[in-house]
Design a binder for this molecule. Structure first.
Ligand code: NDP
Ligand code: 2IT
Length: 448
């Protein structure tokens, strides 16, 4: 029987085995801290070395992507797919196109995805992929040629029962369409091999909105559980992509006041709250024209633009970081707590640094980790897969009801495993609840 695990020793091993991967170390530590005491109380997980095995992806595929720009210049990018764990279903998770993409980032995302997908209760394993390609400033045709070149390598490794990618930062409907078209051309097969597709070729209603809506459903569950009102709450949101836009939309529908949105250039402050007209403008601006958030302040004089700043200094009741990893640090956490913020609900993956999370857990702030609160996107991806298998499409009402139910069940699992006296430690709850299903499957399979 192996010795009980010790966090410091365990993390030392993870750092040694995965040098120069700070984001991966951070994601593992966040999970190991709450899991190790639980595993030490459950010797079969210890005996089967489940945590050690879960920290090692099944495989990581790296490939060259060569493409030609509009001027005929040749470019070389790197493509990746990290197939993390398929114990409870085929690999499932997004593709990210962003210059900061590297193996550490994709391993952290794939690791997180393992727990998130398990929490949804749908049969989905975990993977993540992408490229250091920067879609900003590229023409449609350049993006198309890049996506086709990327899929020409990736298609060897994916399949509707093997690995089903979707979108993430820099990969939305346009990119999924180019990727899907190329997969179909190469394989002569019309298969549900990607999710986030448009409705015409096998997409699902509500997938577009699912992550953002799910974040706000989770926030509502968390507030209600603690006997707090949702209506009238002031909400600070970062990002202005897929997740942020639909988190803002749902927050407004539930009577919250959305005070900010942002992008990598700065944030916009809606002093009286974002209006429906402004949100419609932002959807066009961001989703169609790929513009900058500063354009909102140029169009609406009552909106203030803060160049180069993050939105966390605006006093609020709830903060929803929906842009990227490590966008909310210790100082931001101190500011939020000092301003009386009551809830932090992560839309992005790992947006809060470890020091920020530790401050939230030590304060009265309700803190929801992304693997629980942003699971709505992958959950509706799972429902898109079910519809593809059935050759049927479900209605918006049915899908929205399923999304709500899934988010409530995730919330309740966090409570079940994370209750500490009067408090709920949602991080611990999500980590343990997500772990158990995958771990039990791995134990059942034996040594592999
Ligand atoms: P999008 O590409 O649609 O939007 C990303 C947004 O975040 C943009 O506003 C972008 O600004 C901003 N952003 C990205 N990188 C940075 C950075 N380094 N610094 C500051 N701002 C940045 O992506 P999504 O909305 O899909 O994803 C946002 C987050 O949500 C990611 O963490 C993703 O992993 C996570 N997520 C996404 C899901 C989905 O279904 N799409 C599901 C679950 C989680 P700019 O345009 O200036 O770069
Ligand atoms: O981080 C995520 O959960 C996603 N980017 C969505 C993945 C998916 O397969 O829908």
């Amino acid at each position: 029987m192996p010795q009980p695990l010790q966090l410091e020793q365990f993390m030392q091993l993870v750092r040694q085995r995965n040098p120069h991967e700070p984001e991966f170390h951070q994601a593992v530590e966040e999970v190991a801290e709450s899991l190790i005491p639980f595993i030490n109380q459950h010797p079969r997980y210890l005996e089967h070395r489940i945590l050690e095995r879960m920290c090692e992806p099944d495989r990581a595929i790296l490939f060259r992507v060569t493409w030609e720009d509009d001027a005929g210049e040749i470019h070389v990018n790197r493509g990746y797919r990290v197939q993390f764990n398929n114990s409870i279903g085929p690999y499932k998770g997004g593709l990210r196109f962003h210059p900061t993409v590297n193996l550490s980032v994709l391993k952290f995302l794939g690791f997180e995805q393992t727990f998130k997908n398990s929490l949804t209760d749908l049969p989905m394993g975990a993977g993540k992929g992408g490229s250091d390609f920067n879609p900003k400033g590229k023409s449609d045709r350049e993006v198309m040629r890049f996506c086709q070149a990327f899929m020409s390598e990736l298609y060897h490794y994916i399949g509707e029962n093997v690995d089903i990618p979707a979108g993430d930062i820099g990969v939305g409907g346009r990119e999924i369409a180019y990727l899907f078209g190329q997969y179909k051309r190469l394989t002569h097969e019309f298969a549900g091999v990607l999710t986030g597709k448009a409705l015409e070729y096998g997409g699902s209603l509500v997938r577009l909105e699912a992550t953002g809506y799910g974040v706000v459903y989770f926030l509502k569950n968390m507030l209600e559980f603690h006997r707090m009102e949702t209506t009238g709450r002031r909400c600070v949101i970062s990002g202005s992509g897929n997740v942020a836009i639909f988190a803002a939309e749902k927050a407004m529908q539930l009577g919250m006041r959305v005070l900010t949105l942002s992008d990598s250039g700065g944030f916009v402050h809606f002093k009286k709250g974002l209006t429906a007209e402004q949100l419609a403008f932002i959807k066009q601006l961001k989703m169609l024209h790929r513009g900058r958030i500063s354009a909102v302040a140029e169009k609406y004089p009552e909106v203030e633009y803060h160049s180069g700043e993050k939105p966390w200094g605006i006093p609020c009741d709830a903060a929803l970081p929906c842009a990227t990893q490590n966008e909310l640090d210790e100082n931001d956490a101190k500011t939020l707590i000092a301003h009386g913020c009551q809830a932090v609900c992560e839309g992005a993956n790992m947006p809060c640094t470890k020091a920020a999370i530790d401050l939230f857990l030590a304060s009265a702030v309700l803190y929801a980790p992304g693997k629980a609160s942003n699971a709505g996107g992958v959950a509706v991806s799972g429902l898109e897969m079910s519809q593809n298998s059935q050759r049927l499409s479900w209605s918006r009402e049915e899908l929205d009801a399923m999304l709500r139910t899934i988010m409530r069940k995730i919330h309740d699992k966090c409570v079940r495993y994370g209750q500490e006296g009067e408090r709920v430690n949602y991080l611990k709850g999500a980590n343990i609840a997500g772990f158990v299903k995958v771990a039990d499957a791995m134990v059942a399979f034996g040594v592999m």
